[in-house]
Design a protein around this ligand. Structure first.
Ligand SMILES: NC(=O)c1ccc[n+]([C@@H]2O[C@H](COP(=O)([O-])OP(=O)(O)OC[C@H]3O[C@@H](n4cnc5c(N)ncnc54)[C@H](OP(=O)(O)O)[C@@H]3O)[C@@H](O)[C@H]2O)c1
Length: 372
């Protein structure tokens, strides 16, 4: 039962797998934005990664981080504030591991430049998520998709590579649906989202558009959810992605909430299951053991609440330091089979925290490049 409140500030990181002898130097591209700042916060005291470089647009490059960032959460750490912001150029940024919080237009040319230069890019942008040789990964859901990196390197001739994490609204739905798809098979999914303003970045949605209001449109969001869910819940065959064979219909709404995307999901199953069957399957699921021991993995990737008015963004988005997806209101659907509500912290699990977990899994498997 999830009962945590408030967004995470500085999650305590676990160190159950012995840390590597040296921490990998890592950089953040787009370090001044909403997701970039979350990376900075989460990486600052990471046991495996040393945050050594920050990069952003030409508007910010050459200035001290503290003079260009509009820091959103508490005090900006002094040591990081004193770093000079670099341009997003692999000649300037030297770290072998690069976390990208760039907008899609910029990511489309910057991320391949880093991969060509031998860097591993962990991307939050949509630009490469659906490419046939690019892993789109939530470690607890589809860790095997990371094997596509080898194909990507062969087919593109990149010594580095790009690994993506999912759209922030698709992430919560995918974690909730993965155990149900494995147990009962999913045939159709209808998703309606209520998405927080931090999902639009900073400064994001104008306050007069969103205060006391709901905006029933988020550019490209519905298509992202409809295309990404089948890839996430599909299989890696060894040479290609085989998307899950269900259809998705999504409707996206922006609501006046700070953090946490709520997804209301109706599901048609291949094998009928009662709400109690679904609850049992969801409660027993915890993802693969190799992921559970990673430093950023929460105690539980999925928490079930039986309270009739939960999950709520304000009370539950911070569960598991923002890395736990909370699922509630699991009930019979009068037209399909089941209905439920899933909540994920969009900036942590749906963005920076999810990317860092991907990097930790690659590190654990010995697949991260070393510093040159
Ligand atoms: N917000 C979320 O919840 C969320 C969740 C999942 C995925 N995402 C994805 O994550 C990415 C970042 O989102 P965000 O919400 O953090 O956006 P944001 O707040 O608008 O930040 C954008 C960042 O990109 C930099 N940038 C913009 N144009 C650039 C250029 N031409 N060259 C180099 N850097 C440039 C900005 O630097 P300056 O400050 O110098 O302009 C800033 O650091 C997007 O692709 C978004 O779709 C966001």
């Amino acid at each position: 039962m999830s009962d945590l409140s408030g967004p995470p500030l500085m999650p305590p990181l676990r160190q159950t797998i012995p840390p590597p002898r040296h921490r990998w130097p890592v950089a953040v591209l787009g370090a001044t934005g909403a997701v970039g700042q979350a990376f900075v916060r989460l990486l600052r005291q990471h046991p495996w990664f040393h945050l050594s470089e920050l990069a952003a647009s030409e508007r910010s490059a050459g200035r001290l981080y503290r003079d260009t960032v509009r820091w959103l959460d508490g005090e900006l750490p002094r040591d990081l504030g004193a770093l000079t912001v670099l341009p997003c150029d692999p000649q300037a940024v030297r770290a072998p591991i690069v976390f990208s919080a760039l907008d899609a237009t910029t990511a489309a040319h910057v991320e391949p430049a880093f991969a060509r230069a031998g860097r591993l890019v962990l991307s939050n942008a949509k630009s490469f998520r659906l490419e046939p040789d690019v892993p789109l990964v939530i470690p607890e859901v589809n860790a095997s998709h990371l094997h596509a990196l080898a194909l990507q390197r062969r087919s593109r001739g990149w010594p580095g590579g790009i690994v993506t994490n999912a759209n922030c609204a698709a992430t919560g739905a995918a974690v909730a649906l993965a155990p149900l798809h494995a147990a009962f098979g999913i045939e159709q999914v209808f998703v309606t989202t209520l998405q927080a303003v931090s999902g639009a970045g900073y400064p994001g949605v104008p306050s007069l558009d969103i205060l006391g209001n709901v905006v029933p449109f988020i550019a490209e969001e519905e298509a992202k959810i409809e295309c990404e869910l089948p890839k996430l819940l599909g299989a890696w065959t060894g040479s290609a992605f085989a998307p899950a064979g269900f259809g998705v219909s999504a409707q996206a709404n922006r609501v006046p909430v700070e953090h946490g995307h709520l997804t209301c999901v109706a599901i048609k199953l291949a094998t009928r299951a009662s709400p109690d069957d679904a609850i049992r399957v969801l409660e027993e699921w915890s993802g693969p053991p190799e992921v559970r021991e990673l430093p950023s993995a929460p105690d539980r990737p999925l928490a079930i609440t039986r309270r009739e008015d939960r999950p709520q963004p304000r009370r539950d988005a911070g569960a598991g330091d923002g890395m736990t997806v909370t699922v509630g209101r699991i009930r019979q659907d009068p037209l399909l089979d089941l209905r439920l509500v899933a909540l994920a912290h969009n900036v942590v699990r749906g963005a920076a925290g999810g990317s860092i977990l991907n990097a930790e899994l690659l590190a654990h498997r010995g697949e991260l490049p070393c510093a040159s």
